[in-house]
Design a protein around this ligand. Structure first.
Ligand code: HEC
Ligand code: HEC
Ligand code: HEC
Ligand code: HEC
Ligand code: HEC
Length: 299
């Protein structure tokens, strides 16, 4: 018994026994999956994992020849203040585990918790829970969010908490480590709820539609380089029973996105109506299909 105790003590005192050198030499994301299997499975489904491989990115970066485009899509190391540098190795991993977690300065993995992680050094860094962490790449969206003064962070909505779970699924570490707060690494873009958009009919000299984003604390849609869109379709039923329709497309590129809590007015071409049917749909940058956010009948 005593011998076993001493042996265990020895194992832990020379912590290096579990150290796996290659982990601090910026390996592929797949290597991290050997222990962080669940996080890897989430990340693999995320747009961050597609950032380099995306067909659209390949096309628009002219087959990776437009050098100014590359670094945010295969970053070396994430620093909030600056656009990242381009990574040399494993570019196909896109926005990868090491890019977000490994710091050259400390040769350690930085993350939100205080952990004891024998296979690689780790440092607690409370900035991981803050929106600012995302600012180096999501520059425009971060500025928009900052102006709203809303307290909820990017992570609150796009890395929602999964509750307390183990960070590691590998023997023997899974038994040594307590459960800790986990965050969804699939980085869900989410979808505005119907109540996030106020849609009202204004009857002044002319008819106009007033639309206000009251729920999503950045522009709707928001983008840095992608081209997500919002489609506003207004169908009027005229007093004669005839139908007439207009469609407005809102985007970052057209500079007409819905700014948080600032109403957008759409002039309507009709003098008199029986009623209107308004539908708001969104199209994410990387998806072909549109999805409906809300539909209203206005009189
Ligand atoms: C190194 C640059 C970089 C950092 C840092 C970064 N992102 Fe991203 N993010 C990207 C790129 C590039 C894409 C687009 C990938 C694609 O679709 O091809 C993206 C896509 C996304 C998407 C999906 C958007 C959509 O259209 O579906 C979300 C959500 C997101 N990021 C949230 C975050 C959050 C939250 C953080 C901070 C915790 C963050 N990102 C940090 C570069 C970054
Ligand atoms: C400052 C960092 C940064 C740079 C530089 C950058 N991007 Fe992006 N890119 C992003 C982020 C963040 C997103 C996700 C949010 C969005 O949709 O804009 C993104 C998304 C995209 C998307 C939509 C996602 C997809 O895969 O369909 C495309 C296409 C794209 N970028 C192409 C480019 C091109 C082309 C360039 C060079 C002109 C470029 N990017 C330069 C950060 C960057
Ligand atoms: C041989 C197993 C193993 C491998 C492989 C591994 N890790 Fe870890 N990692 C751990 C253990 C153990 C912990 C501590 C877990 C705990 O305390 O719950 C940890 C903790 C972490 C943390 C700290 C989380 C925090 O909140 O501070 C980060 C970040 C991390 N690992 C990133 C990575 C990355 C990135 C890779 C791939 C380069 C990787 N790990 C590969 C075992 C591993
Ligand atoms: C876009 C940057 C980004 C990428 C890519 C990324 N992470 Fe994270 N990771 C974060 C942030 C930010 C947090 C902290 C979230 C919070 O506290 O709100 C985090 C948290 C963690 C934690 C602590 C537990 C948790 O869920 O909060 C571990 C462990 C971890 N990441 C490992 C990994 C591994 C392994 C990969 C690759 C499979 C990876 N991360 C990819 C940004 C990233
Ligand atoms: C209160 C929750 C919330 C917060 C905080 C938030 N977002 Fe969003 N975000 C959303 C919702 C909801 C959508 C989906 C909008 C839609 O229906 O298309 C979205 C969409 C996005 C998209 C996809 C493009 C689009 O317009 O659909 C990106 C990229 C993004 N957010 C990045 C960020 C970043 C970066 C931050 C922090 C600076 C952030 N978000 C903060 C809720 C939030």
């Amino acid at each position: 018994m005593k011998v076993l105790f001493l042996l265990v003590l020895l194992l832990f005192s020379c912590g290096d026994i579990f150290l796996e050198e290659d982990l601090i030499q910026r390996p592929q994301a797949k290597r991290c999956s050997e222990c962080h299997g669940e996080i890897f499975k989430e990340w693999e489904k995320s747009r961050h994992a597609m950032a380099w491989k995306s067909e659209k990115f390949k096309l628009e970066s002219e087959n990776y020849t437009k050098t100014k485009c590359l670094s945010c899509h295969a970053p070396h190391q994430v620093d909030p203040e600056i656009k990242p540098a381009l990574r040399v190795e494993f570019k196909e991993d896109g926005v990868s585990c090491v890019a977000c977690h490994f710091k050259e300065e400390t040769k350690a993995m930085h993350g939100p918790h205080k952990v004891w992680s024998p296979p690689h050094p780790s440092r607690q860094d409370l900035n991981y829970a803050k929106s600012f962490f995302c600012a180096g790449c999501h520059q425009e969206t971060y500025k928009e969010w900052h102006l709203t003064k809303v307290q909820r962070s990017c992570q609150d909505c796009h890395m929602p908490s999964l509750g307390d779970k183990r960070l590691v699924q590998k023997f023997p570490f899974e038994y040594f480590h307590s459960k800790k707060q986990r965050h969804d690494h699939s980085f869900p873009p989410g979808k505005a709820r119907p109540e996030d958009l106020l849609v009202e009919l204004e009857r002044g000299e002319k008819l106009s539609l007033k639309i206000t984003n009251v729920g999503v604390p950045h522009n709707l849609p928001t983008a840095d380089q992608g081209d997500p869109k919002l489609y506003i379709t207004v169908e009027a039923i005229l007093p004669t029973g005839e139908k007439s329709k207009i469609v407005r497309v809102l985007s970052y590129q057209a500079k007409n996105a819905l700014v948080y809590k600032v109403p957008t007015y759409i002039d309507l071409p009709w003098q008199e109506i029986s009623h209107l049917e308004v539908s708001v749909q969104r199209k994410l940058s990387w998806k072909e299909e549109r999805e409906e956010i809300v539909r209203h009948i206005l009189r």
